[in-house]
Design a protein around this ligand. Structure first.
Ligand code: ATR
Length: 281
């Protein structure tokens, strides 16, 4: 029997991960299968022990278990520790190692789109939850000029500002009004909140009135493929990036951790778009 990989989450019914990983296994010729496991909140510990017991080769972890799984792992990679969440588990001969590929997946898609490095860029992050922390950590580890964070509940941005101090990145928290007023200071704007996600597709997390034309506006959301925020940004002449690239890249990075080879990301992207029912992105 081949290796078994899995996704631990709740709910997992609409997950695109089984399709893209199983296709990559087939394509590369690795004898393995990937299954989505719906794990209730009360079973996280048993599920992680089950990885060892059943000799599951590796797992992805998704909402709401990314933090809860950590205490049952044997080792946590430095980036995942800084983020405070794990989305990838590698079973190395019975030793479970936790990684986080979400933030790096985003940084990769941003650099690919920008076609230049981020070292001189000033970035504005909208949101201060788990996704924001993943993206902020990966950006700061990569190296950026400055990070501003705006959030509905401003004090929730404080831990990210503290982390920035540790990682020696200039950073500040700004309220929505300040962010909107000084929007032309930012080269890259990233929405990490769920504002604008289906079915609330008319919602926008920030007014883009002062956006500069050369800016890049990113949304981690991929349903819809083009949020209202991205539509408005495009109208202002800005470059836009949706959440598909991040999703594909985090999956490809997980696949690399498990198998030591890079899957075909274009193929993964095609499958994701098919599943989302879109033709362009
Ligand atoms: P995730 O893991 O997806 O980041 P999370 O940790 O629950 O989820 O964080 C959700 C983020 O979206 C937070 O920044 C939240 O703002 P608050 O800290 O003020 O709660 C933001 N968010 C969610 N719904 C929002 C809304 N309707 N308007 C503004 N911000 C919202």
């Amino acid at each position: 029997m081949g290796k078994v990989f899995g996704l631990l989450g709740h709910p997992v019914g609409h997950s695109m991960s089984p399709n893209i990983h199983n296709d990559a296994f087939n394509q590369i010729g690795i004898e393995a299968t990937y299954h989505a496991f719906d794990v209730g909140l009360e079973f996280v510990k048993e599920a992680v022990h089950g990885i060892r017991a059943l000799q599951i080769a590796g797992c992805n972890v998704t909402v709401p278990h990314k933090v809860a799984v950590m205490e049952y792992l044997d080792e946590i990679d430095e980036e995942a520790r800084l983020i405070g969440a794990v989305n990838t588990i590698v079973n190395q001969d019975g030793k479970l190692i936790g990684y986080n590929t979400d933030g790096r997946g985003f940084v990769q898609s941003l650099i690919e789109e920008l076609n230049e490095d981020l070292k001189d860029k000033r970035l504005l992050l909208i949101g201060a939850g788990g996704a924001a922390r993943g993206v902020a950590t990966a950006l700061m580890l990569h190296g950026i000029r400055h990070l501003a964070i705006t959030n509905r509940t401003l004090e929730k941005a404080d831990p990210i500002v503290q982390l920035a101090k540790t990682l020696k990145t200039p950073a500040k928290a700004v309220d929505r009004a300040q962010a909107e007023k000084s929007l032309d200071e930012y080269d890259v704007i990233i929405n990490t909140t769920s504002v604008g996600m289906s079915p609330n597709v008319e919602e926008v997390p920030l007014d883009l009135g002062n956006l500069k034309r050369e800016a890049v506006v990113c949304d981690l959301i991929y349903n819809p493929l083009e949020t209202k925020l991205l539509k408005l940004a495009k109208k202002e002449g800005a470059t836009t990036i949706n959440g598909v690239g991040m999703f594909v890249n985090q999956a490809a990075l997980s696949f690399e951790h498990w198998n030591g080879v890079t899957p075909d990301r274009n193929r993964m992207r095609k499958i994701v778009l098919e599943q989302l029912g879109g033709t362009t992105c």
